[in-house]
Design a binder for this molecule. Structure first.
Ligand code: C5P
Ligand code: MG
Length: 212
């Protein structure tokens, strides 16, 4: 009896130990999510997974069956169905040989479909430690994306026409999630209108609050 119980206990402890730890990074298009994640990764070594980057990478694969669909969504500033995005995140998390098993998931979840898909397929494997919300005005976000586009980001969505749609999607679909996560006590806000260095300084305090 004792043997059975102790082996069960060991199984549960092991599964808890092996869970991936996740910090979601949210904010409008151009809020500085990617830049901040690069700072965090450099200092702490956590793995940065940008949902947008993974989708763009998948789109570029010549034999991807989702390439065209992804491009259509990105060009319309719309959110790609979660099954695609979650499987990209999942594959990259599984493939990572990071000793920390701590992941910065940038630009996800973006809408309720993203949240539902995550809860269905990922919540068993991951612990969401928090949601870092990069607060930035629409004007500053737009300026940053246009500047990035003019500097040759090569992105099909860093232009005024698509930015209007990306902002609409952000306001309608992503902002309500902040309230959803706030109710769960998971939201940490950072003023991302400041210099990248200052945003990073403020973020360090948040990381220490979540035990990172
Ligand atoms: O985060 P980023 O600005 O790189 O996202 C670019 C685009 O990628 C979004 O406007 C959207 O079309 C797509 N995307 C998505 N689902 C996510 C993240 C990004 O469909 N969770
Ligand atoms: Mg980004």
């Amino acid at each position: 009896m004792f043997k059975v119980l102790s082996s069960k206990l060991r199984f549960f402890t092991m599964s808890a130990e092996q869970k991936f730890e996740v910090l979601f990074i949210l904010g409008g298009p151009g809020a500085g999510k990617g830049t901040l994640c690069r700072y965090i990764t450099e200092k702490y070594g956590y793995v940065h997974l940008s949902a947008g980057d993974l989708l763009r990478e998948e789109r570029m694969k010549p034999n991807s069956k989702y390439g065209e669909l992804i491009e259509k969504f990105i060009k319309n500033g719309k959110i790609v169905p979660v099954a695609i995005t979650c499987s990209l995140l999942d594959n990259n998390m599984q493939a990572s040989d990071s000793p920390h098993k701590r992941f910065l998931i940038d630009g996800f979840p973006r809408n309720q479909d993203n949240v539902d898909g995550w809860n269905e397929t990922m919540s068993e494997k991951c612990i969401v430690k928090g949601v870092l919300f990069c607060e930035c005005s629409k004007e500053m976000c737009t300026q940053r994306c246009l500047k990035r586009g003019a500097a040759g980001s090569g992105r099909s969505d860093d232009n005024e026409e698509v930015l209007v749609k990306r902002h609409e999607t952000y306001i309608t679909n992503t902002l309500p999630l902040i309230e959803y996560f706030e109710k769960q006590g998971l939201i940490y806000k950072v003023n991302s209108m400041q210099s990248p260095e200052k945003v990073f300084e403020d973020t360090k305090e948040i990381l220490s609050k979540i035990g990172w």
